[in-house]
Design a protein around this ligand. Structure first.
Ligand code: UFG
Length: 335
């Protein structure tokens, strides 16, 4: 298939592009580098030894974006592009709603105009809100506690309405749990701007001595060791889920949500200890108070993805810790 990948230079996007190229799909990346680096494109070429097209375009620039559709016979889109920092979304809600929603409206309008009706959307486990118990199932009630999460929830609903209005669309809503790890080559990986918000990039920056110590947010949760429990998934397993979703909707229509997680609940301390043991590095940490908006426990029931996409994770926690460290230690300052 000829696949348009918005946000293809980002963390999950770049790993998905590698898997698409390895599977002999044609790839067209659109990215404005708002939270990514042009060097990632060279690294993708290096890893895959394959060519792809690239357009430096902001999705909000409809005229420029339309050229991508005019110049390529696109079959399907994987839509990663969007702002993604929870805390920043609370500070700048209008910017988050404007960017994430408007870019999706423009994308869907162009897809409709050029009769491209296969779409895989980057959603998030954040749409399960604070009121459900894990394991989380696709059928549970949805809610959001911050503007970032609300954009994911709203886009899921908008795409549901789009399908209702035109049953020729095939749309997969992929609800990611906590992606970590990196390509096994150590050439591409997560490259956050400034102080990392997420746990694994913080751990790797402490390991590489860019940061002094990790703050563990909360040690009094109702979990096996008091720290927050999440479902960490290797980014390459996650990337492969996108290909399975494309394959499902290649000859099918509908709109379906899928959890992409391992189903295993791992605490902050479990992850820190695994990382230390596997990589033989020290991670100094202190226990501090809870972070506002965090739930105690969040992990997936991914049996729907197994049944309907024939997808399951293959990588272990050891792979995740080893590959995250290989990426960070080989690229201490990112790209
Ligand atoms: N944590 C720390 N210290 C840190 C960073 C995180 O202790 O410096 C803890 C958090 O409190 C939490 C766990 O590590 O218990 C994971 O935190 P992350 O920030 O890595 O991930 P979250 O589960 O909070 O958020 C992730 C994505 C969001 C998404 C959410 C959906 O980053 O985009 O999952 O479940 F919305």
């Amino acid at each position: 298939m000829k696949v348009l990948v918005t946000g293809g230079a980002g963390y999950i996007g770049s790993h998905t592009v590698v898997e698409l190229l390895n599977d002999n799909h044609e790839v067209i990346i659109v990215d404005n580098f708002s939270n990514s680096n042009p060097e990632v494109l060279n690294r993708i070429k290096e890893i895959t030894n394959k060519e792809f097209k690239f357009y430096e375009v902001d999705l909000l620039d409809e005229e420029k974006f339309e050229k991508v559709f005019k110049e390529n016979q696109i079959d399907a889109t994987i839509h990663f592009a969007g702002y993604k920092a929870v805390g920043e979304s609370v500070e700048k809600p209008i910017s988050y709603y404007h960017n994430n929603l408007t870019s999706t409206f423009i994308l869907c309008d162009l897809m409709k105009k050029y009769s491209v009706k296969k779409l895989v959307f980057s959603s998030s486990a954040t749409v399960y809100g604070m009121n459900n118990s894990s394991p989380l199932l696709e059928t549970m009630p949805l809610s959001a506690t911050n503007p970032y999460g609300m954009t994911k929830l709203m886009i899921e609903q908008i795409l549901g309405d789009l399908y209702k209005s035109d049953n020729s669309w095939g749309i997969a809503l992929l609800r990611y749990f906590n992606p970590i790890g990196a390509h096994e080559s150590g050439r591409i990986g997560e490259n956050p701007n400034g102080i990392p918000n997420n746990l694994m990039p913080y751990i790797t920056q402490v390991a590489v001595k860019k940061r002094e110590k990790l703050s563990i947010f909360g040690s009094d949760y109702d979990t096996h060791d008091g720290t927050g429990v999440r479902d960490y998934i290797h980014v390459v397993d996650l990337a492969k889920g996108h290909i399975k979703a494309l394959e499902k909707f290649e000859n099918e229509t509908g709109v379906e949500a899928f959890n992409l997680g391992t189903g295993d609940g791992i605490s902050v301390l479990d992850l820190v200890n695994a990382f230390k043991g596997i990589n033989n590095v020290d991670i100094p940490y202190e226990l501090v108070s809870r972070r506002a908006g965090d739930v105690a426990t969040c992990y997936a029931d991914s049996s729907k993805a197994l049944k309907e996409l024939n997808w399951k994770t293959e990588k272990s926690l050891e792979d995740m810790c080893r590959d995250s460290w290989k990426w960070q230690s080989n690229n201490p300052n990112g790209y």
